[in-house]
Design a protein around this ligand. Structure first.
Ligand code: GTP
Ligand code: MG
Length: 198
């Protein structure tokens, strides 16, 4: 799968106001600051496509990016951002849940987890919700450049073990780095295989 064109198609807060036309979507979710927007830029080969920031809570809307005029990468607001007001958090949660649970075009939801840390409570609750609702998801461990190979392997092994306490089979997992481009080919070829089977 090669990305030859990527452009911002629109922002929305409700699934019924998504940009048209309706096309297959691949969405990215995870804790605030985990690297969702950076990963989208890395995959698209355009560092200016989605706005990124070292301050958590940057993405506040559902942003659609049209790829090759045929499908969308979808950037979602993060969850678990402690500094937001209760009301602000509730608003983001409503936007994210509406998209994740009602978007008929979403093919796979990529759940991003920072490779440096154990799967957090917010991640775990969210993953369980996906499982209970039959939402197709895959996991991407982000910021892999920030760990040495031995530490990285140990952390991923811990995470896999934890996942196997709730899932009989591991979901598809990817290792990524927006800095080095790690994971780009694997993730894009996974998306390509889903697109060619739809
Ligand atoms: P919100 O929109 O606030 O939820 O955050 P986000 O998940 O979209 O994160 P974003 O892509 O804005 O990245 C957050 C910070 O992490 C930025 O300072 C990025 O430069 C940094 N970052 C993201 N991915 C990587 C990575 O793979 N490696 C390294 N070293 N830094 C990264
Ligand atoms: Mg973002």
């Amino acid at each position: 799968m090669k990305i030859v064109s990527a452009r911002f198609a629109g922002s929305s807060t409700r699934t019924d106001r998504k940009p048209s036309p309706a096309l297959p979507e691949f969405a990215f979710i995870g804790r605030s600051n985990v690297g969702k927007s950076s990963l989208i830029n890395m995959l698209a080969g355009n560092s200016k496509l989605a706005m990124t920031s070292s301050t958590p809570g940057k993405t506040k809307l559902v942003n659609h990016f049209l790829i090759n005029d045929r499908w969308y990468l979808v950037d979602l607001p993060g969850y678990g951002y402690a500094k937001l007001s209760q009301k602000g958090r509730e608003e983001l949660r409503t936007i994210v849940r509406d998209y994740v649970f009602n978007s008929a075009e979403m093919q796979v939801l990529f759940v991003l987890i920072d490779a440096r840390h154990d799967i957090g409570a917010a991640d775990w609750d969210f993953l369980c919700d996906l499982g209970e609702n039959g939402i197709p998801f895959a996991i991407i461990f982000t910021k892999c450049d920030k760990l040495g190979p031995v530490a990285l392997e140990a952390q991923i092994a811990r995470d896999r073990e934890r996942l196997l306490t709730a899932w009989e089979e591991l979901p598809r997992c990817f290792l990524s780095s927006a800095e080095t481009g790690r994971g780009k080919e694997e993730i894009l070829s996974y998306i390509g295989s889903i697109l060619s089977s739809t």
